[in-house]
Design a protein around this ligand. Structure first.
Ligand code: SF4
Length: 211
Protein backbone atom coordinates (compact mmCIF):
# COMPACT_ATOMS: atom_id res chain seq x y z
CA UNK A 1 0.00 0.00 0.00
CA UNK A 2 1.40 3.42 -0.96
CA UNK A 3 1.28 6.47 1.25
CA UNK A 4 -2.21 7.94 1.40
CA UNK A 5 -3.82 4.82 -0.01
CA UNK A 6 -6.53 2.94 1.81
CA UNK A 7 -8.18 -0.43 1.30
CA UNK A 8 -11.83 -1.40 1.13
CA UNK A 9 -11.60 -3.20 4.44
CA UNK A 10 -10.69 0.09 6.19
CA UNK A 11 -13.71 1.95 4.87
CA UNK A 12 -16.32 1.09 7.52
CA UNK A 13 -14.02 2.04 10.36
CA UNK A 14 -12.92 5.27 8.61
CA UNK A 15 -16.53 6.22 7.84
CA UNK A 16 -17.39 5.94 11.52
CA UNK A 17 -14.35 7.78 12.80
CA UNK A 18 -13.39 10.35 10.18
CA UNK A 19 -16.05 11.01 7.54
CA UNK A 20 -17.97 14.28 7.78
CA UNK A 21 -21.73 13.86 8.15
CA UNK A 22 -22.45 14.40 4.43
CA UNK A 23 -20.24 11.46 3.46
CA UNK A 24 -21.14 9.28 6.38
CA UNK A 25 -24.80 9.62 5.43
CA UNK A 26 -24.09 8.62 1.81
CA UNK A 27 -21.90 5.74 2.91
CA UNK A 28 -24.54 4.42 5.33
CA UNK A 29 -27.27 4.75 2.71
CA UNK A 30 -25.16 2.89 0.17
CA UNK A 31 -24.55 0.07 2.65
CA UNK A 32 -28.26 0.00 3.55
CA UNK A 33 -29.91 0.37 0.12
CA UNK A 34 -27.05 -1.01 -2.03
CA UNK A 35 -27.73 1.88 -4.34
CA UNK A 36 -27.20 5.64 -4.67
CA UNK A 37 -28.56 7.94 -7.31
CA UNK A 38 -26.23 9.88 -9.60
CA UNK A 39 -25.66 12.89 -7.31
CA UNK A 40 -24.77 10.64 -4.39
CA UNK A 41 -22.45 8.48 -6.47
CA UNK A 42 -20.59 11.56 -7.66
CA UNK A 43 -20.32 13.21 -4.23
CA UNK A 44 -19.17 10.06 -2.41
CA UNK A 45 -17.16 8.59 -5.31
CA UNK A 46 -15.00 11.68 -5.75
CA UNK A 47 -14.52 12.05 -2.00
CA UNK A 48 -13.17 8.50 -1.84
CA UNK A 49 -10.75 8.93 -4.72
CA UNK A 50 -7.04 8.59 -4.44
CA UNK A 51 -5.85 12.05 -5.32
CA UNK A 52 -3.74 14.76 -3.86
CA UNK A 53 -5.12 18.17 -4.27
CA UNK A 54 -4.36 21.63 -3.11
CA UNK A 55 -6.85 23.79 -1.25
CA UNK A 56 -6.30 27.48 -1.04
CA UNK A 57 -7.48 29.30 2.02
CA UNK A 58 -7.56 33.03 1.64
CA UNK A 59 -7.13 34.80 4.91
CA UNK A 60 -8.87 38.01 3.98
CA UNK A 61 -7.76 40.05 6.95
CA UNK A 62 -4.13 39.42 6.09
CA UNK A 63 -4.68 39.12 2.33
CA UNK A 64 -2.45 36.15 2.70
CA UNK A 65 -2.77 32.97 0.72
CA UNK A 66 -2.04 29.80 2.59
CA UNK A 67 -1.89 26.50 0.78
CA UNK A 68 -3.20 23.49 2.58
CA UNK A 69 -2.80 20.06 1.13
CA UNK A 70 -5.73 17.74 1.32
CA UNK A 71 -6.41 14.55 -0.53
CA UNK A 72 -9.19 12.27 -1.55
CA UNK A 73 -9.70 9.54 1.02
CA UNK A 74 -7.41 7.27 -0.96
CA UNK A 75 -9.30 4.54 -2.80
CA UNK A 76 -7.64 3.41 -6.04
CA UNK A 77 -9.81 2.93 -9.10
CA UNK A 78 -9.65 -0.87 -9.05
CA UNK A 79 -10.73 -0.88 -5.40
CA UNK A 80 -13.43 1.71 -6.08
CA UNK A 81 -14.86 -0.50 -8.84
CA UNK A 82 -14.81 -3.53 -6.55
CA UNK A 83 -16.40 -1.56 -3.69
CA UNK A 84 -19.26 -0.11 -5.76
CA UNK A 85 -19.81 -3.37 -7.58
CA UNK A 86 -20.11 -5.34 -4.34
CA UNK A 87 -22.82 -2.96 -3.14
CA UNK A 88 -24.73 -2.44 -6.38
CA UNK A 89 -24.69 -6.14 -7.27
CA UNK A 90 -27.09 -6.80 -4.38
CA UNK A 91 -29.58 -4.48 -6.03
CA UNK A 92 -29.06 -4.54 -9.78
CA UNK A 93 -26.83 -7.58 -10.35
CA UNK A 94 -23.17 -7.68 -11.39
CA UNK A 95 -23.90 -7.66 -15.11
CA UNK A 96 -26.00 -4.52 -15.00
CA UNK A 97 -23.41 -2.84 -12.81
CA UNK A 98 -20.70 -3.53 -15.40
CA UNK A 99 -22.96 -2.26 -18.18
CA UNK A 100 -24.50 0.82 -16.57
CA UNK A 101 -22.42 1.99 -13.63
CA UNK A 102 -18.76 0.98 -14.03
CA UNK A 103 -18.23 3.55 -16.81
CA UNK A 104 -19.03 6.53 -14.57
CA UNK A 105 -16.61 5.33 -11.90
CA UNK A 106 -13.81 5.00 -14.47
CA UNK A 107 -14.92 8.40 -15.77
CA UNK A 108 -14.46 9.96 -12.30
CA UNK A 109 -10.90 8.67 -12.31
CA UNK A 110 -10.22 10.20 -15.71
CA UNK A 111 -10.14 6.89 -17.58
CA UNK A 112 -13.11 7.53 -19.88
CA UNK A 113 -14.56 10.34 -21.99
CA UNK A 114 -12.55 13.58 -21.81
CA UNK A 115 -10.18 11.90 -19.36
CA UNK A 116 -10.53 14.68 -16.86
CA UNK A 117 -9.19 13.76 -13.45
CA UNK A 118 -12.14 15.11 -11.45
CA UNK A 119 -11.54 16.50 -7.97
CA UNK A 120 -13.73 16.00 -4.89
CA UNK A 121 -16.49 18.53 -4.24
CA UNK A 122 -15.99 21.41 -1.80
CA UNK A 123 -18.46 22.27 0.98
CA UNK A 124 -19.66 25.27 -0.98
CA UNK A 125 -20.56 23.12 -3.97
CA UNK A 126 -22.27 20.50 -1.80
CA UNK A 127 -24.19 23.06 0.24
CA UNK A 128 -25.50 24.78 -2.89
CA UNK A 129 -26.66 21.51 -4.47
CA UNK A 130 -30.39 20.77 -4.65
CA UNK A 131 -31.09 17.13 -3.79
CA UNK A 132 -34.50 15.86 -4.93
CA UNK A 133 -36.74 13.10 -3.58
CA UNK A 134 -34.75 9.89 -3.07
CA UNK A 135 -31.41 11.70 -3.26
CA UNK A 136 -28.97 11.45 -0.37
CA UNK A 137 -26.31 13.87 -1.50
CA UNK A 138 -26.02 17.46 -0.27
CA UNK A 139 -25.02 18.85 3.13
CA UNK A 140 -27.09 17.47 6.04
CA UNK A 141 -26.71 20.75 7.93
CA UNK A 142 -28.46 22.49 5.05
CA UNK A 143 -30.72 19.76 3.70
CA UNK A 144 -31.86 17.64 6.69
CA UNK A 145 -34.87 18.48 8.82
CA UNK A 146 -33.91 19.49 12.35
CA UNK A 147 -35.25 16.20 13.68
CA UNK A 148 -33.19 14.11 11.27
CA UNK A 149 -30.12 16.23 11.89
CA UNK A 150 -30.40 15.78 15.66
CA UNK A 151 -30.74 12.01 15.24
CA UNK A 152 -27.71 11.88 12.90
CA UNK A 153 -25.61 14.00 15.26
CA UNK A 154 -26.59 11.73 18.15
CA UNK A 155 -25.33 8.72 16.14
CA UNK A 156 -22.03 10.53 15.63
CA UNK A 157 -21.70 10.92 19.39
CA UNK A 158 -22.39 14.66 19.65
CA UNK A 159 -23.50 15.44 23.23
CA UNK A 160 -26.58 17.49 24.07
CA UNK A 161 -24.80 20.78 24.78
CA UNK A 162 -22.73 20.71 21.62
CA UNK A 163 -25.87 19.67 19.71
CA UNK A 164 -27.67 22.86 20.74
CA UNK A 165 -24.70 24.92 19.51
CA UNK A 166 -24.70 23.05 16.19
CA UNK A 167 -28.45 23.51 15.72
CA UNK A 168 -28.10 27.18 16.56
CA UNK A 169 -25.52 27.63 13.78
CA UNK A 170 -27.80 25.78 11.36
CA UNK A 171 -30.74 28.04 12.23
CA UNK A 172 -28.53 30.97 11.32
CA UNK A 173 -27.51 29.21 8.11
CA UNK A 174 -23.86 28.85 9.14
CA UNK A 175 -23.60 25.30 7.84
CA UNK A 176 -19.81 25.02 7.73
CA UNK A 177 -19.57 26.42 11.27
CA UNK A 178 -22.09 23.79 12.36
CA UNK A 179 -19.87 21.14 10.76
CA UNK A 180 -16.80 22.63 12.47
CA UNK A 181 -18.53 22.44 15.87
CA UNK A 182 -19.45 18.82 15.16
CA UNK A 183 -15.82 18.08 14.29
CA UNK A 184 -14.68 19.68 17.54
CA UNK A 185 -17.29 17.81 19.59
CA UNK A 186 -16.50 14.35 18.20
CA UNK A 187 -12.71 14.81 18.24
CA UNK A 188 -12.49 16.78 21.51
CA UNK A 189 -10.09 19.02 19.66
CA UNK A 190 -10.30 22.50 18.18
CA UNK A 191 -10.46 23.17 14.46
CA UNK A 192 -9.40 26.80 14.18
CA UNK A 193 -9.27 26.89 10.38
CA UNK A 194 -12.93 25.78 10.14
CA UNK A 195 -14.26 23.14 7.76
CA UNK A 196 -14.37 24.13 4.09
CA UNK A 197 -13.93 20.79 2.36
CA UNK A 198 -15.07 17.24 3.23
CA UNK A 199 -11.59 15.92 2.45
CA UNK A 200 -10.10 18.50 4.79
CA UNK A 201 -12.44 17.20 7.52
CA UNK A 202 -11.21 13.70 6.75
CA UNK A 203 -7.49 14.51 6.73
CA UNK A 204 -7.72 16.68 9.88
CA UNK A 205 -9.59 13.88 11.64
CA UNK A 206 -7.05 11.30 10.48
CA UNK A 207 -4.21 13.47 11.79
CA UNK A 208 -5.82 13.63 15.24
CA UNK A 209 -6.81 9.98 15.45
CA UNK A 210 -3.73 8.46 13.80
CA UNK A 211 -0.94 11.00 14.22
FE1 SF4 B 1 -19.97 17.98 4.32
FE2 SF4 B 1 -19.00 20.44 4.25
FE3 SF4 B 1 -21.58 19.99 4.92
FE4 SF4 B 1 -19.58 19.35 6.56
S1 SF4 B 1 -20.16 21.44 5.89
S2 SF4 B 1 -21.35 18.07 6.09
S3 SF4 B 1 -18.01 18.65 5.14
S4 SF4 B 1 -20.62 19.61 2.93
Amino acid sequence: KEFGEISIKDLDQLARSSFPLCMRHLFDKLREDHHLKHGGRMQLGLFLKYVFRRLFTFLLSLTLCVSLYAKGVGLRMEDALAFWKAEFSHKVGAERFDKEYAYSIRHNYGKEGKRTDYTPYSCQKIISSTPGVGDHHGCPYRHFSEENLRAALGRMGVGSRAMEDVVDKVRNRHYQLACTLTFEAVHSSSCDAGINHPNQYFSDSHKILQP
